[in-house]
Write a protein that binds this ligand. Structure first.
Ligand SMILES: Cc1cc2nc3c(=O)[nH]c(=O)nc-3n(C[C@H](O)[C@H](O)[C@H](O)COP(=O)(O)O)c2cc1C
Length: 236
């Protein structure tokens, strides 16, 4: 099996996890839809390295202890923001609210800072104490933190960090992942004439469509980097 972009170390982690799962559940069928019942918030994770600012959308920030105040984030190793956080140990998560526009997701989640300056011509930002940029548009607050530990979990790194600064901007409720799916992400367009009769796999996160009977092994969405498990099959 080919797994795109995997190092030998992350392949080891992948096969160890596969083995642990089949050992623990005795080979039973699982209803993987349960994963969609987990609730998440949405955030712009930002970092600054060598004078360059960048950020990406994540849904994986959460508080793990209050005393001391520590948070975790899980970031895909393919993301430029991952490398910037790993190198500088400093980051800010700006908490997306229900006022967040889809354009924010496109700006920070559907393109890489390797190809675009995401903060260029973007007014909704504020330089905060740790020198990163917090996003002030479509957000209700921010939390800055300093990385104290990191754990390699294969495709992603979990960063554990101590909170160094935070503030609240508004009392607009935070956007959950479910709210993003139901009320922020545009509804899918009807299939074009050319696509009718073909099998399409649509990314549930960003809407990218792949035409073909099956997704290739190890397929990752070229737009938002989510894996094959986040694609739904649509038969035209
Ligand atoms: C709704 C949504 C949720 C996302 N959640 C995560 C996440 O939890 N972790 C992650 O690493 N990437 C996540 N992404 C993907 C990154 O935001 C995306 O790959 C981004 O383009 C990376 O940019 P960078 O290379 O400039 O860091 C998400 C994207 C979207 C649209």
């Amino acid at each position: 099996m080919q797994l795109a972009g995997k190092t030998e170390k992350s392949l080891n982690i992948y096969f160890r996890m596969k083995f642990a799962v089949s050992f623990a559940n005795g080979g039973n069928e699982m209803n993987s839809k349960a994963m969609y019942n987990l609730s998440y918030g949405l955030f712009v994770l930002s970092a600054r390295q060598d004078g360059k600012d960048n950020g990406c959308i994540i849904n994986t920030a959460g508080q793990v202890t209050t005393e001391p105040n520590q948070i975790t984030i899980a970031v895909n190793k393919l993301n430029l923001t991952h490398d910037m956080v790993a190198a500088t140990k400093k980051f800010t998560v700006s908490i997306l609210s229900e006022k967040a526009d889809f354009s924010l997701f496109k700006r920070f989640g559907f393109q890489s800072g390797r190809d675009a300056d995401k903060f260029l011509m973007f007014d909704g930002k504020k330089r905060v104490a740790n020198e990163t940029l917090a996003v002030t548009q479509g957000t209700n607050g921010y939390i800055s933190a300093y990385v104290t530990q990191q754990i390699d979990v294969g495709t992603h790194t979990i960063f554990i960090a101590s909170v160094t600064d935070m503030d609240v901007f508004t009392d607009v409720p935070s956007a959950t992942y479910a709210y993003y799916q139901s009320s922020i992400k545009p509804k899918p367009q009807p299939l074009s004439k050319a696509a009718q009769g073909k099998t399409i796999w649509r990314c549930k996160v960003c809407g990218y469509e792949y035409v073909g009977e099956e997704l290739p092994d190890g397929f990752i969405c070229p737009i938002c980097k989510h894996p094959a498990s986040d694609f739904e099959k649509i038969v035209g």
